[in-house]
Design a protein. Sequence first.
Length: 325
Amino acid sequence: LKQIPPLEMGIKYFEMFPEEKDPLWQNPCSYKRHIEIWSTNKTCERLPKFLVIGPQKTGTTALYTFLAMHPTIISNYDSSETFEEVQFFNGHNYYKGIDWYMKFFPVPENVTSEFLFEKSATYFDNELVPMRAHGLLPKAKLICILVNPAKRAYSWYQHMRAHQDPTALNYTFYEILTASETAPRKLKDIRNRCLNPGVYVQHLSHWLEYYPSRQLFIVDGERLKSNPSSVMHNIQRFLHIEPYVDYQKLLRYDPKKGFYCQVLSNDRNKCLGRSKGRKYPAMEQKSQDFLKQYYHKNNIALSKLLERYKYRIPDWLQKDLSGQD
Ligand code: A3P
């Protein structure tokens, strides 16, 4: 038997098992051997109990803000790169490791009563995230928000225009939606980012391969807009969180903003910033027709999936499938 120094051993090991080069982080406290070498200064409690997984442009910032108003729900610290989102399980941050992730959370003072969480809207439709999230947080609860995927696509397009994305500025929404495979790469990229997250059935099925359905809560994004306190009521029940907070007292419809906002005093509200709840022209009829057709089969499959797992069918989906939308 030949002994070699650890670094060389590592190199040799990954030459022999290249498929293991990509890490899959797991909770160190779930394994006796890991706890033994885990520093005594560290705690596995510094990890979220639930995740808001997106998708983008469905009201995730509003939900994040409302959740953070709860006295025992604690959000992550802001990221210098991606603001309120940590975006650990997708992209390059995953390779920074568990310590990097844990530093986004305070050490809870009371592990049973406090609920750490993070929301990264990019998690929902990323191929790798369900497996990675489950690897580290198998007991975590998940919250996703579904709005009509056609509206989501249009909101994303408007978001890109507001960020001065040259492709979104140079092409109409309809041109982007109907870009063919021979179109310039940037046009296809933005088309995919408009359309793909809205294939909800595909992404949800993927999450449900890893997580049991009782750990996933689906928010109707239209209800989050029109009656956020009822959504917050249901979420608190889903999380089994205490104390129970009546959000009717914390949120108030702001006619100027056109959305519910946080109550600051009798005559003052704190609404989300200008980039949330933007004003833009209504979607053209031809884009609406295109998207209705595009998502039709997926929406039927989505409603079957939701029925199978005994989730409530969102109002917008019922309307869409009965041809009322
Ligand atoms: P629009 O700006 O297109 O209307 P996200 O935070 O996931 O990026 O979602 C942004 C969307 O949240 C907004 O899209 C808006 O419709 C929706 N939303 C839901 N509740 C809101 C609230 N209380 N205030 C502002 N926007 C809200």
